[in-house]
Design a protein around this ligand. Sequence first.
Ligand SMILES: [Fe+2]
Ligand SMILES: [Fe+2]
Length: 332
Amino acid sequence: MEDTPKKTEETTDIQKDYFPIPISLLQIDKIVNFDLYLRTNANKQPLLYRSKSLPISENDIARLKEKSIEILYVHSENKREYKRYLETNLRDILSDKNVPVQKRTEVLYTVTTQAVKEMLDDPRSGELLPRSRNLVENTLDFIFHEPTAFQCMLKVTNFDYYTHTHSVNVGIFSVFLAKEINFSEDELLRFGMASLLHDIGKCRVDPKIVNFPGKLSEEQFEQMKKHPEYGYEILTKEQGLKDELQLDVVLHHHEKLTGNGYPHKLKGDEISIYARVSAIADIFDALTTRRSYKNAFSSFDALKLMKEKMSDELDQQIFKKFILLMSEKKQT
Ligand SMILES: [Fe+2]
Ligand SMILES: [Fe+2]
């Protein structure tokens, strides 16, 4: 009897200190930058199975499977290394039909949100553009090969608002919508990268304003409105980006057809198709995510509000495609 509370405590510690990974995500003969642990008994501390830097062979996997072991453990301290490992091997993981498509989608979403979080923390990193290119290339490959990718994505999307999850969600909605309106593959890649980075300028706005738990004061909003120009500056001056399509998305995703947007108060035809698509994806995600001070709208209510209250601000033809995309894919 006395043992019971101790066991619960131990089990909780194990859950806190180690996290499980399916062996199906381990790539044969690739360097693993973290120790792998094995749990022989549900209530016992995991034992070291393989020290880091020792690749897993096909034989190792076969032996684990023989023993019906599908899960290994990684110490929580190595979560970042694990996500980096997934990012490095993303192409192989996403094309591995032995891993269920939902699991592969989860990997893609987790890896991308983590990468964007790191990019927002260090926007000067030389990795910014190649890393987002790699993520978007892999995403496009995945969605062109997996007909259920959009449904799977909707299931894993994080509905709590953070700048990095918002960036990834906007990237997802933008790319799927752009695909519906037949952007070329090259446009999809450049546009996808820009969508992922559309709010990069927020890293220069005071975090107290970015994370302010309520409606912004006029003064705070003025500060916030600088983020498209900050983003443009980061990408041109710090990253040497010259791609006009990408810079246009970062600079103009808050413009409105009525001319009431920012930063340039562009009107109607002055706003490119790229900026119009991102505006729709951006508003939809802002409405359907939860913040400490507001609940999330359902997709239906968000679309209804956008239709009723923003019809003259948003491109109606593109918006109709977006409604169709959301309703078709949700039903399948
Ligand atoms: Fe923005
Ligand atoms: Fe945004």
